[in-house]
Design a protein around this ligand. Structure first.
Ligand SMILES: Nc1ncnc2c1ncn2[C@@H]1O[C@H](COP(=O)(O)OP(=O)(O)OP(=O)(O)O)[C@@H](O)[C@H]1O
Ligand SMILES: [Mg+2]
Length: 343
């Protein structure tokens, strides 16, 4: 199955005079997966509803495969949406729920059976095919809802937090399967999540939405390594980036904040070590590494340290970092300060 290009141009939508989207322009390449991330209420589900045709924009253009679809019905758009609050047909078995969209589309019976089997195997639903939704857990229902979109093999998949009801282990498993599936299908995906790790691992590009406007669109590496704003910097990465006044890191004061990733902050307990003085506030062993939060000049900073690191609260430590790893953001606007190039 081939994907298509999806283009959004200056999409705007208000509800009762309150803007939910303020002119969003986004282009999703043929067969690409774009993850839309942002805090609750920033307009993610609204964006998907407009693309699916469940709601009409106040302004702007939606193009699928080069064709303006603003006036097409959801069915005519050949998109499949998995809703955040998915609804299954309660009187139908899982098998019927999965087969139903294909039945409606007039797909031959043998092909339906084959696609349902394939999707059921992919999502671990094979043992549940003869049950009804009432006899499924929340996570199982969510997988059926996802399967119902997958069997249709549409040109564009719109997924709204499709893994949010899965437990942690299943979530990682289905996430990996989805990535492989996307590679295999070559279909175009818009994937909404508030889980930045999901966005980082799955997406070709990430679109960060804030208050109905795009803050940045970029590859996962760009979003992580060169965030356009302090908001984007804080939104990706676990534990979150350290964003502090420059004085905290021994730099001259200024109308900026500096950001340093936890992996770029070194914490040393050795007596006489060079660096900035700080005190341990919290030590969190994660198994493969240990997260150490320190206090310095009234601020808290977190560092990813080796697994064996240990220290009692209050223990004196020294902090080190490579100044080239620092990022600077205007305090007032949050915008990244791009260093002046010499010459
Ligand atoms: N049908 C509606 N009527 C009125 N306001 C709405 C409607 N749908 C969404 N909104 C408002 O529009 C804004 C964006 O909502 P939306 O559902 O798109 O957010 P979201 O990013 O999907 O959030 P979440 O992560 O919580 O799902 C919110 O302020 C919401 O209250
Ligand atoms: Mg939503």
């Amino acid at each position: 199955m081939a994907g298509v290009r999806l283009e959004l141009e200056s999409l705007a939508k208000s509800y009762g005079g309150v803007p939910a989207l303020r002119g969003v322009s986004l282009s999703v390449g043929d067969g690409k997966l774009v993850a839309v991330v942002g805090p609750s209420g920033c307009g993610k589900s609204t964006l998907l509803s407009l693309v699916a045709g469940l709601d009409a924009p106040d302004a702007g253009v939606i193009r699928i495969d080069g064709r303006v679809v603003n006036d097409l019905s959801p069915r005519e758009r050949d998109v499949a949406m998995v809703f955040q609050s998915y609804a299954l047909y309660p009187h139908m078995t899982v098998r019927r729920n999965l087969a139903f969209p294909l039945d409606v589309a007039g797909v031959p019976r043998r092909e339906i059976a084959a696609r349902v089997e394939e999707v059921a195997a992919l999502l671990g639903l094979a043992p549940l095919l003869d049950r009804r939704p009432a006899a499924l857990s929340g996570g199982q229902r969510q997988r059926v809802a996802l399967g119902r979109a997958l069997v249709r093999r549409p040109k564009v998949f719109l997924l709204d937090e499709p893994l949010s009801n899965l437990d942690a282990a299943l979530r990682l498993g289905v996430r990996a399967e989805l990535k492989k599936l996307h590679e295999r299908l070559g279909a175009t995906f818009v994937y909404v999540t508030h889980d930045q790790a999901e966005a980082m691992t799955l997406a070709d590009r990430i679109a960060v939405l804030r208050d109905g406007a795009l803050e940045q669109v970029g590859t996962p590496r760009e979003i992580y390594g060169a965030p356009a704003t302090a908001f984007v910097a804080r939104f990706v990465g676990t534990p979150p980036v350290n964003l502090v006044a420059p004085e905290v890191l021994g730099l001259p004061e200024g109308p900026i904040d500096v950001a340093l990733r936890p992996e770029d902050l070194r914490v040393s307990r050795e007596a006489g070590a060079a660096g900035l003085a700080a005190r341990v506030w919290l030590v969190e062993p994660m198994g493969s590494e240990t997260w150490v939060t320190v206090e310095r000049a009234g601020a808290r900073l977190v560092a990813r340290c080796e697994a064996a690191f240990d220290a009692p609260p209050g223990a004196p430590v020294r902090l080190g970092f490579d100044p080239r790893r620092l990022q600077r953001f205007e305090r007032e606007t949050g915008r990244r300060v791009v260093p002046d190039r010499p010459g």
